[in-house]
Design a protein around this ligand. Structure first.
Ligand code: NAD
Ligand code: LMR
Length: 335
């Protein structure tokens, strides 16, 4: 049957679109996985000169895929053209981490890119543009973008920790042999780095007898307090070791989840993790982009308040905050 689609298209920018996450992400966006199956989209794809030819090839494939929701494709190396009237910006552009590098090793290469692109977004994007930074160091790149785009509301600038959140759900699901969609309300606190704290203290599993705490179902406290945490913290590195490339399909999928929940809302009783501008809650110093549990409604995220934090969690939440403070200093000194 013919489905009448008459919504105004939403313009989505993907930077670094010729890269490996971009190649997985743009078809997801064009299929409606990010903004909904009845939401037409216009894709703006930005990359740099050495990747221009490859970016053209991606555009050709998007046309060849004949996506019903795709109303236009711009492939460009001009940051001004790329940012023009953009409603959603997904920032993948940058230099990825290679085997043996920590995410902060890519710092100096990436912060200067984020400073320049902040200005272009500020001047040319839609006033209510929502920004998701994926490129590493994701939290600090997002912070630099925020600092150098003062007219973009700070609530509109976020970074991706949804991949870590989904990884945590996946580990619990495997351990308990339950469906991943029956696990919810894990939390990723802090930095998208190996100091992040994946917290299961409030996580639950939906069973035939209602919700059961993960802490009750996983009898092995030791696993939850050690191996579970390090597996999630080090999963990015494990993927790099196995693929010789960093995660791409899972990162693209998490980016869709992040934007979809932000724009369309989180399901009732469910929270997700997002890297957002801290306001001092949970004792995390303000002025950092730190991952918190959030619920989203009508295009706005709000940090889940009032969760009880035990001593074990407190120490880990502070440690990852300390790393972000150091990264912020280092980033500022690179500029
Ligand atoms: P990639 O190297 O395949 O692609 C990056 C693309 O960015 C390349 O095409 C490159 O030409 C382009 N680029 C470089 N400088 C640019 C600039 N100034 N403007 C526009 N484009 C530019 O890398 P990838 O595997 O697609 O990963 C992208 C980024 O995402 C990396 O920084 C990676 O570390 C990060 N990452 C983050 C997460 C997360 O969960 N936050 C997960 C996976 C990967
Ligand atoms: C990931 O978490 O997979 C990415 O951030 C890549 C990396 O550097 O670990």
């Amino acid at each position: 049957g013919l489905l009448k689609v008459d919504k105004e298209p939403v313009t989505v920018l993907v930077t670094g679109a010729a890269g490996q996450i971009g190649y997985a992400l743009v078809p997801m966006i064009a299929r409606g996985l990010m903004l909904g199956s009845n939401q037409p989209v216009i894709l703006h794809m930005l990359d740099i000169e050495p990747a221009a030819e490859s970016l053209k090839g991606v555009k050709m494939e998007l046309i060849d895929a004949a996506f019903p929701l795709l109303r236009g494709v711009v492939a460009t190396t001009d940051v001004v053209e790329a940012c023009k009237d953009v409603n959603i910006a997904v920032m993948l552009g940058g230099f990825p981490r290679k085997e043996g590098m920590e995410r902060k090793d890519v710092m100096s290469k990436n912060v200067s890119i984020y400073k320049a692109q902040a200005s272009a977004l500020e001047e040319h994007a839609a006033a209510d543009c929502k920004v998701l930074v994926v490129a590493n160091p994701a939290n600090t790149n997002a912070l630099i973008l925020k600092e150098f785009a003062p007219s973009i509301p700070e609530k509109n600038i976020t970074c991706l920790t949804r991949l870590d959140h989904n990884r945590a759900l996946g580990q619990i699901s495997e351990k308990l042999n339950v469906h991943v969609s029956d696990v919810k309300n894990v939390i990723i606190w802090g930095n998208h780095s190996s100091t992040q704290y994946p917290d299961v203290n409030h996580a639950v599993v939906t069973t035939s007898n209602g919700h059961k705490p993960v802490r009750e179902l996983v009898a092995d406290d030791n696993w939850l307090n050690t191996e579970f945490i390090t597996t999630v913290q080090e999963r990015g590195g494990a993927i790099i070791k196995a693929r010789k490339l960093s995660s791409a399909l899972s990162a693209a999928s998490a980016a869709c989840d992040h934007i979809r929940d932000w724009v369309l809302g989180t399901p009732k009783g469910t929270w997700v993790s997002m890297g957002v501008y801290s306001d001092g809650c949970y004792g995390i110093q303000s002025g950092l982009i730190y991952s918190f549990p959030v619920t989203c409604d009508k295009g706005e995220w709000n940090i889940v308040q009032g969760l009880k934090i035990d001593e074990f969690s407190r120490e880990k939440m502070d440690k990852t905050a300390q790393e972000l403070i150091q990264e912020k200093k280092l980033a500022m000194s690179c500029l």
